[in-house]
Write a protein that binds this ligand. Structure first.
Ligand code: F0G
Length: 363
């Protein structure tokens, strides 16, 4: 039946045998996953030595971020287990995904957000998908603490990445990359916030490697915003700050898992400043045609930093093998955060409605 093909395209349909689902699991899907892996010629040229850079464009998931991969699993399992509601803390993308998949599953979704620190696009999504939106007087870490407490006593499914189903779904991005490149890349670069995604990618890489679907595992490089860098500084940051609100997190839930991924892979954690993040965001949009939100640009800013001998970098890109394949995950769409983009906009060119004035702009 033509209906079935819709579900045949989601993460669960594509990777069912690697995921904790059975025939009894109802599949709550919006056809997430199978996102493009885009070759980036100008970025590759900046790295040099025959290296090839690819962008895993997770902003093209149904709610505009990688969170959909985990949320299809989390909501499917929540329904299988009889939950009547789901709850999460979020810097915006988790709440957008939770709200959309909960709408699809016809169950209540409660989202706890740090008041005043959510980009407008993400807030609009939570409302439009029909979630109950609670603004917390505190940051993401405070909101997650409260969600954990509620989850311990109430019959409500927590759909933050402390829920293992979330990471199971997110690991499928590694599977897609291995299948598309024919092997794992040499290097994988990611932004790090609550540290779930880098842990999930590593789990996916290790799993396919142990199944001999790849011949190696990549070096994992993670980048935190300089004002929100608990793993880099190896201490909880009480008052995290950054323009990249998605990764404004001071006490990541998957800290230990991420540390293991970084160490086992021979990688490193490093920091990028807000200025570097915004510069990389604009560079990627205006050079490669890929518009991502600020947090996502941390992976590109991180690659630039690793190339710069003067930058005090944690990992020196000259260690990349010649001809290395490098994947940068860009986690969320640029339209999620229109206000930050607006602040970066140049001035509009005023002109009369005359052909001559416009033709002068061609250079
Ligand atoms: N990039 C974006 C766009 C994000 O939204 C997040 C996390 C990350 C990177 C970092 O991923 O937490 O797995 O290390 N956003 C969460 C949220 C915290 O609530 O949407 P992570």
């Amino acid at each position: 039946m033509s209906f079935r093909t819709l579900h045949d395209r989601g993460v669960i349909a594509r990777y069912r045998s690697y995921l904790p689902v059975s025939e009894n699991t109802p599949v709550i899907s919006l056809n997430e996953g199978s996102t493009p892996l885009i070759h980036a010629p100008k970025l590759s040229a900046r790295v040099g030595r025959g290296c090839e850079v690819f962008i895993k464009y997770e902003g093209l998931n149904p709610t505009g971020s990688f969170k959909d991969r985990g949320m299809t699993l989390a909501l499917s399992k929540a329904i299988e287990n009889g939950s009547k509601a789901v709850i999460c803390a979020s810097t915006g993308n988790t709440s957008a995904a939770a709200a959309a998949y909960a709408a699809r599953a016809s169950i209540t979704c409660i989202v706890l957000l740090p008041a005043g620190k959510i980009s407008f696009g993400k807030l609009a999504q939570a409302f439009m998908y029909g979630a109950k939106v609670v603004a917390i007087d505190g940051n993401f870490d405070d909101a997650l603490r409260l969600v954990r407490e509620i989850g311990e006593t109430e019959p409500i499914a927590v759909v933050n990445s402390i829920n293992p189903d979330r990471l199971q779904g997110q690991k499928t991005a590694s599977f897609e990359i291995i299948e598309e490149l024919g092997d794992a890349p040499d290097v994988h670069i990611l932004p790090v916030g609550n540290a779930g995604n880098i842990s999930a990618y590593w789990m996916g890489y290790e799993e396919f490697h142990s199944l001999k679907k790849s011949t190696r595992n990549p070096v994992m490089l993670g980048f935190q915003a300089a004002g929100s860098a608990p793993i880099y500084h190896n201490r909880v940051i009480e008052k995290p700050e950054t323009v990249a609100t998605a990764i404004r997190i001071g006490n990541p839930a998957s800290w230990d898992k991420a540390t293991r991924a970084l160490q086992t892979s021979g990688g490193a954690i490093d920091i990028v400043t807000d200025e570097e993040i915004l510069a990389a965001q604009f560079w990627l949009s205006s050079n490669e045609g890929i518009f991502v939100e600020p947090a996502s640009a941390a992976s590109i800013a991180g690659l630039f930093k690793s190339l710069d001998p003067a930058a005090g970098r944690a990992y020196d890109a000259s260690r990349f093998p010649e001809g290395a394949r490098i994947v940068c995950t860009v986690t969320g769409h640029g339209l999620k955060d229109p206000d930050v983009a607006k602040d970066q906009c140049g001035s509009v060119i005023a002109a009369k409605a005359e052909r001559g004035e416009i033709l002068r702009l061609i250079s």
